[in-house]
Design a protein around this ligand. Structure first.
Ligand code: GDP
Ligand code: MG
Length: 439
């Protein structure tokens, strides 16, 4: 999915203007990408239609940076398709909250039981009880016990000879007695959906009335993931989905269709085999991941296009000589502004797209305008020799630029720090600089 989509987006990104036929071509690629990823064709059709309408309707094509706007629309619609907001785990009014797992064999149920218990322990100080309700393989009980030990949470089990409905009931009774606040029931799976399994799961559901029925789906199973989700949901009316093995090659195709087809929220994603590898599902972050915003290549492309090599060489010379002044600073900021919105650029740096730190950073283009205004109010001498900037000059600059004097002071101070840092990096070790660039 991703590669195709990314290529389509990349082609678009390189363009200043987007014609009607560029748009059609892009939409065709997106449609194919989604279909290839086994997204339900009706979902695809609706998605493409919505994006196309928004792109045409809002006069995006004639506006500024049309390709970026289309990428943004696709990003937003993908997010919407996956449910917009993270959906928390259901919680019962009185303890224990009962969580029941369901899913095919090998999907990751038992592993997820342990991960979830750990998460609840860490985040809510919870005292969960795990119930071993997969009685078809002795190894299944042992596996849950191992998992329980790993996260230091007790496991209730009655061996393999007792009826799973009975085990679930008695496990719940024990949790009530011991005042556990959560019960997590590990159930059996099959390689395929069959009536016997569904019957058993329905019976367990009836017996313990779970607050949360989580369907665990292996993200690597493509089209089957959607069919499986539909099958389980029809019988069990699940309350949420856990998508596992997202650490593998897949990049979220299943996440797209499951929500759209079943209407059930994806609540967590499994990103590895360790007990700590369970994360809350954030639709917006998944959309960015699918779109491959963390894409250094396009950043480089963009930078190269906008940024003249010769200028770059001159600049690094100035930094080395420590003669970088406010005029150069002004040039730099104009360069950055030409590249587009700052936060968009930041998102292309690997690791930044999903970096929570970035979500709170307010990259207001106005800030750049303010800095520019301050520099414009400086005399040529002040720009080239910041040392002359005494308090009375700073007050004059403040009046001239319409910015508070504290802001002027702060900007001059930050400039000084930045200059020192750049000079250090350039002199001390170029490899250090390269490390910064690559990390
Ligand atoms: P169950 O049959 O549904 O209970 O599945 P298990 O919990 O036994 O998991 C099956 C296999 O998938 C095990 O080898 C797990 O370690 C592995 N697994 C589960 N979740 C993840 C995940 O998020 N990422 C990866 N890489 N492996 C996982
Ligand atoms: Mg299992």
């Amino acid at each position: 999915l991703t590669e195709r989509l990314q290529n389509a987006m990349k082609k678009l990104r390189g363009k200043g203007k987007v014609s009607q036929s560029d748009l059609r071509e892009t939409m065709r690629e997106i449609r194919l990408a989604l279909l290839e990823a086994d997204v339900n064709f009706q979902v695809v059709r609706q998605f493409v239609k919505t994006v196309e309408q928004r792109a045409t309707g809002a006069k995006v094509l004639e506006g500024l940076n049309p390709s970026q706007q289309i990428v943004k629309i696709v990003d937003e619609e993908l997010t919407k398709m996956m449910g917009d907001e993270a959906v928390p785990l259901n919680k019962s009014e009185k303890i224990p909250t009962v969580i029941m797992m369901s899913g095919l064999q090998g999907a990751g149920k038992t592993t997820t039981v342990g991960k979830l218990a750990l998460k609840l322990k860490n985040e809510q100080n919870a005292r969960p009880l795990l119930i071993a309700d997969d009685v078809y393989r002795p190894a299944a009980i042992e596996q849950l016990q191992t998992v329980g030990q790993q996260v230091d949470v007790p496991v209730f089990q009655l061996g393999t000879d007792v009826d799973p409905v009975e085990i679930a009931k008695r496990g719940l009774a024990q949790a009530q007695e011991n005042h556990n606040d959560y019960v997590i029931i590990d159930t059996a799976g099959r390689l395929q959906i069959d009536e016997k399994l569904m019957g058993e799961l329905s019976d367990i559901k009836k017996a313990v009335n779970p607050d949360e029925i989580l369907l665990v789906i292996d993200a690597m199973t493509g089209q089957n993931a959607v069919a499986t989700a539909q099958g389980f949901d029809e019988t069990l009316d699940v309350t949420g989905v856990v998508l596992t093995k997202l650490d593998g090659d897949t990049r979220g195709g299943a996440a797209l269709s499951i929500r759209a087809v079943t209407g059930k929220p994806i609540k967590f994603v499994g990103q590895g085999e360790k007990m700590s590898d369970l994360d809350v599902f954030h639709p917006d972050r998944m959309a960015s991941r699918i779109l491959g915003m963390g894409d250094m290549l396009s950043l480089i492309e963009k930078t190269q296009k906008e940024y003249d090599q010769k200028q770059a060489a001159e600049l690094s010379e100035k930094i080395k000589e420590n003669t970088f002044d406010f005029n150069d600073f002004l040039d730099q900021m104009s360069q950055i502004q030409k590249m587009g919105p700052l936060d968009e650029i930041m998102k292309m740096i690997p690791g930044m797209a999903n970096n929570p730190a970035l979500q709170n950073v307010n990259m207001d283009p106005k800030d750049i305008e303010h800095i520019k205004a301050i520099i414009y109010s400086m005399t040529e001498q002040e720009r080239t020799d910041p040392d002359v900037l005494n308090p009375s000059r700073r007050r004059r600059i403040s009046r001239g630029s319409g910015r508070p004097v504290q802001e002027v002071n702060r900007m001059i101070k930050q400039f000084g720090q930045m200059k020192t840092m750049m000079n250090k990096v350039s002199k001390g070790n170029m490899s250090g600089m390269e490390n910064v660039m690559q990390s």
